[in-house]
Design a protein around this ligand. Structure first.
Ligand code: ADP
Ligand code: TRP
Length: 321
């Protein structure tokens, strides 16, 4: 089984990225041949500061390893190190109906928030499909928000295979981890870098404590029972607390007598503790950025060994060779 996923180097990874994608991907590194990449070509659609893109790409690789990605088990590479991916994206573009891309939420969301409607942003799902099929991927671990992009990928595989032969591209399956498919942000919307509502995995103590203390809550008096449905505090606590701690917090909501300030303190403590070992691991890795660069380069060589024959097969199938 070949497992593949990517993450954009657009800023610090947060709890949504971690529980929705990174943690499931890291678990899968023991179950098959795992290929994970830093999607710098995708990030180029929104990051136009070259220094920031370079820095974020390296930092994201460090973050992923600090969270448990083992470069001996999984191949961790930079998307742009494999030039075949843009060639394959063009081949896929040539069979992609405009309507399929027009229906994609991510383009509508981003331009709706004022981002310029560039061609890169519009054709983003085609490049993502190329990322996936270039490595004959079987399984793609992602959060719920990427489901539509996987559907586009599968549509394009079917179209190519109908036109050029069933053996041309492999059909991938999304793997969406139900318990963390859509982690809420501090404001209750989906946690996302672009909504400024995140809890970063590697944030700093004081600002994060403050951010958690600012989670909006209702005005139920301290002594009364508090609603457990649609509670951001409970949803986040469930991810970072033990089952017993979580049950206790639910009971304290139901019985009343405990205030939101107390729940928020517990949430901060559990969150801080959950990532403590990762923070230590991160400091060790970050001490030798040269080694991280070497890991990315070696991985690119391995990824290319897979990509080159697949691209050859596609060139022959479509008549470019
Ligand atoms: P962001 O929305 O913060 O820019 P990305 O688009 O870079 O996040 O997503 C990287 C990965 O993390 C994807 O697989 C995505 O599905 C997952 N992910 C992002 N936000 C969440 C969330 N709130 N809950 C679950 N998974 C998420
Ligand atoms: N679009 C994904 C995101 O924003 C990142 C990504 C790019 C990806 N190419 C991919 C994820 C291929 C899985 C497979 O999170």
């Amino acid at each position: 089984m070949r497992i593949l996923s990517g993450i954009q180097p657009t800023g610090q990874p947060h709890l949504g990225n971690y529980f929705g994608m990174m943690e499931p991907a890291i678990r899968l590194q023991d179950e098959g041949e795992a290929l994970y990449f830093i999607a710098d070509l995708h990030a180029l659609t929104t990051v136009h500061d070259p220094e920031a893109l370079r820095r974020n790409s390296l930092e994201m690789a460090i973050d992923f390893m600090a969270c448990g990605l083992d470069p001996k088990k999984a191949t961790l590479f930079r998307q742009s190190d494999i030039p075949e991916v843009t060639e394959l994206a063009w081949v896929l573009s040539s069979v992609t109906p405009m309507g399929l891309l027009k229906r994609c939420h991510s383009f509508k969301d981003k331009t709706g928030k004022g981002m310029e409607a560039t061609h890169g942003l519009f054709s983003y799902p085609v490049l993502m499909a190329a990322d996936i099929v270039l490595y004959d991927s079987d399984v793609v671990p992602v959060g719920q928000d990427q489901k539509q992009h996987l559907e586009v990928t599968r549509d394009l595989v079917v179209k190519i295979n109908e036109a050029y032969g069933e053996e041309t591209l492999r059909l991938p399956e999304p793997r969406i981890h139900a318990a963390a498919a859509a982690v809420p942000g501090l404001d209750g919307q989906k946690m996302s870098k672009s909504y400024h509502n995140t809890l970063p995995v590697f944030g700093e103590d004081k600002p994060l404590r403050k951010a958690i203390m600012r989670i909006p809550t209702d005005s139920t008096p301290l002594e009364d029972a508090k609603p457990t449905e649609e509670s951001t505090i409970l949803a986040l606590y469930k991810l970072v607390a033990s089952a017993a701690e979580f049950e206790q917090m639910v009971a304290d909501h139901e019985n009343g007598g405990v205030g939101y300030g107390d729940f928020k303190k517990r949430l901060f403590e559990a969150y801080w503790e959950y990532f403590a070992a990762f923070r230590r691991h991160r400091n060790e890795i970050a001490a030798d950025p040269g080694e991280v660069t070497r890991i990315l380069q070696d991985a690119a060589t391995r990824a290319r060994e897979i990509a080159v024959p697949v691209m050859d097969r596609v060139r022959k199938a479509v008549g470019l060779r």
